[in-house]
Design a protein around this ligand. Structure first.
Ligand SMILES: CC(C)(COP(=O)(O)OP(=O)(O)OC[C@H]1O[C@@H](n2cnc3c(N)ncnc32)[C@H](O)[C@@H]1OP(=O)(O)O)[C@@H](O)C(=O)NCCC(=O)NCCS
Length: 246
């Protein structure tokens, strides 16, 4: 893509503020409160700034905000981290990384639907190559799953369209770039909070204990008013990409 710069946080830390402003509304509010993810998230830019980057257009505009983290992985399905939570913990707690784990790609709302995510993902593959990481794994958050919160991820992640490609648009981007499905991950990202917190994050009321659908949730929310806790497991699908040699 001509006129587009790949700027890592190590190279251009001053882009972090504007990039956050451009993309802070791309995820639903509840997604900003991961129990494990939030514990580690700040360390990505502080300790691994060379794996965090932005795509920048020729007028200096932010086209995508990307987070990734090298992890140790032996190449087997059995050794995959326990979801995105397990991946970020492994990336910081265990050394000798040999694979890059994609964590998130955010494209500003007004620029979505133009194929920018493909460029962002190709840039991540290039980053892996540059650092000698031969594999790239991704706990993919299937974007259209929010319309099918009751369907188990094991089934949803396997759905295909009539043309043979994966049903989910974001998984399809990965597939078109050579990605293959490794396994569904029903419990990838844990988000818990008080009932009040979840009511605020979702702009809903949860008057009694039970299982609730909520806007943009990929699965349901379990509410327990007696203990004043509500918990959600975001499902993902692990996909793998082979990082080609230069
Ligand atoms: C998911 C995301 C990165 C895709 O980026 P993008 O540059 O808009 O994606 P593309 O233009 O390459 O489109 C990819 C596919 O998604 C589809 N798509 C794009 N925006 C969509 C939307 N709002 N709703 C449904 N499908 C959409 C496109 O039609 C395309 O599918 P196709 O196979 O039919 O061509 C972007 O929408 C985003 O930042 N979302 C919020 C954050 C997020 O969920 N990130 C992914 C998880 S880490």
């Amino acid at each position: 893509m001509t006129g587009v710069e790949i700027a890592t946080v190590a190279e251009r830390p001053e882009l972090m503020g504007p990039a956050w402003e451009q993309t802070s509304d791309t995820f639903p509010e509840y997604n900003n409160h991961g129990d494990v993810l939030n514990h580690y998230w700040g360390r990505l830019t502080e300790e691994r700034p060379e794996f965090q980057f932005h795509l920048v257009g020729d007028k200096g505009e932010i086209l995508a905000r990307v987070r990734s983290l090298p992890v140790r992985w032996d190449g087997t399905v059995a050794d995959l981290p326990d979801g995105i939570d397990g991946a970020i913990a492994r990336g910081f707690d265990h050394g000798e990384a040999n694979a890059l784990c994609a964590l998130v790609i955010m494209v500003p709302r007004d620029l979505q639907g133009r194929g920018l995510s493909t460029h962002a993902f190709k840039a991540m593959l290039e980053l892996a190559r540059r650092h000698g990481l031969t594999r790239l794994i991704a706990p993919v958050r299937p974007s259209l799953k929010e319309r099918y919160p009751l369907v188990p991820i094991e089934r949803y992640g396997a759905w295909r369209r009539a043309d043979g490609l994966l049903f989910d648009p974001w998984m399809r981007v990965h597939e078109r770039l050579g990605g293959t499905v490794l396994k569904p991950e029903p419990r990838s990202l844990r988000i818990t909070g008080t009932v009040d917190e979840w009511e605020e994050w979702t702009a809903m009321s949860f008057p009694e204990s039970g299982e609730y659908w909520f806007p943009h949730g990929l699965a349901t929310l379990a509410v327990d008013r007696d203990s004043d806790r509500a918990g959600y497991w975001e499902p993902n699908v692990w996909m793998q990409h082979v990082v080609s040699s230069p």
